[in-house]
Write a protein that binds this ligand. Structure first.
Ligand SMILES: *Cc1c(COP(=O)(O)O)cnc(C)c1O
Length: 374
């Protein structure tokens, strides 16, 4: 804990991180060449159960790079949930394609597979299921729809390292997937991202595009306009050290969730996080739903006065000005709106102790049991 307030998330960086980062800096290989990048990629691919992993400068560049490598571009449409971090939709827009927003389902708070089919047009090329807050999206139905309509699947697993769906680790379920290693994600490289895939062609395309579109055989020969989306060796050193603890971090998140659940389950008018059978939720951010927006906002205010940090859910992306042009008339996203108004992320750092969680849930119950609220 850093002083008085309990943060929503805080990376745990130890001696191993210091050792490997120091080694990277001292080696002189501080840009995007050096041994740590390929080691980090290999370990991360193994962790996801995929053939290939391509490290990037952050999760958003991973999304953009993956979409371009999948052949997404102008005049295409890509289906995305509206309840996600804006980067999911932004990356689609960078390619020149249009995002088609889909509402959430109550069961998992993820994209509602039943609402995907009506959004498919002749221009639809891909679906990006987001495993929101660490809970896997309903992949079986999504994969069936993709198969039926010949669509690509890019998993946005930025919040769900190590989550599983019917025994498969997220990241290995579609054509490609992306992860983020931002400071509040399950492991961190400071800024950083990763594409994983089992498709050799996609992997090769992503490697070329990540490095300015330069030919792998002929230096300074560019047969395509690429990007500089590379990860540095210093970032990868940090990531490699974090990989030693990734299973421990996930277990800590799940243990905190078990404690939160047991402390909160008796409180009325409060919805605990989703847990669909056959899935492993990694509880990136332990989140609950309150009765309505008023109670949620009052709760956050109260927690703040008690030195407890919290976050509201994302705004549905379609509702914000730059995205409204992608919404058709009479479209309604009632579940996403409802979740967005009622949801709050509680402190979820891996360093939290049982007494921290008791203190937090005690303050939550004080607000909810206040009869003046409702
Ligand atoms: C964090 C996040 C991203 C973007 O990752 P950055 O590394 O911050 O660029 C994309 N999608 C989702 C769902 C995220 O939570």
């Amino acid at each position: 804990m850093n002083g008085k307030t309990i943060p929503v998330a805080e990376p745990e960086i130890g001696e191993k991180e210091l050792q490997l980062v120091t080694e990277a800096v001292k080696s002189g290989w501080v840009s995007s060449r050096g041994k740590f990048i390929s080691e980090f990629e290999e370990q991360f691919a193994r962790f996801c159960g995929t053939e290939y992993a391509i490290a990037t400068s952050n999760g958003t560049t991973a999304l953009h790079l993956a979409l371009v490598s999948l052949g997404i571009g102008k005049n295409h449409e890509v289906i995305v949930p509206t309840l996600t971090f804006a980067a999911t939709a932004n990356a689609v827009i960078y390619t020149g394609a249009k995002p088609a927003f889909v509402d959430s389902e109550w069961e998992t708070w993820n994209i509602d597979p039943k609402k995907i089919r009506p959004k498919i047009t002749k221009d639809t090329k891909a679906i990006i299921p987001v495993h929101l807050l660490g809970h896997p999206a309903e992949m079986k139905q999504i994969l069936e729809i993709a198969e039926e309509h010949d669509l690509l699947i890019l998993e946005d697993a930025a919040e769900a390292h190590g989550a599983t769906y019917n025994g498969h680790t997220v990241g290995s379920l579609g054509d490609a997937a992306i992860f983020s290693f931002y400071g509040n994600k399950i492991i961190t490289t400071g800024e950083g991202g990763m594409i994983v895939t089992n498709d050799e062609k996609i992997a090769k395309e992503a490697r070329i595009l990540r490095d300015h579109g330069m030919s792998l055989e002929r230096r300074y020969w560019h047969s395509v306009i690429g990007y500089n989306y590379r990860m540095t060796n210093v970032q990868a050193a940090l990531g490699l050290a974090q990989m030693e603890k990734i299973d421990y971090f996930i277990e800590r998140k799940r243990e905190n969730a078990r404690i939160y659940n047991s402390l909160l389950k008796e409180i009325p008018n409060l919805v605990l996080p989703p847990k669909r059978s056959g899935t492993k939720n990694v509880y990136w951010m332990y989140s609950i739903l309150l009765k309505n927006k008023n109670v949620r906002d009052k709760l956050m205010e109260h927690l703040k006065t008690k030195g407890i940090d919290s976050r509201p859910f994302f705004f549905p992306v379609h509702s914000m000005p730059p995205y409204r042009r992608f919404v058709q008339k009479n479209e309604c996203f009632s579940v996403a709106k409802n979740l967005s108004n009622r949801g709050v992320m509680l402190p979820s750092g891996v360093g939290l102790k049982k007494d921290n969680l008791e203190y937090i849930t005690n303050e939550v119950s004080k607000v909810i049991s206040n009869p003046l609220l409702g």
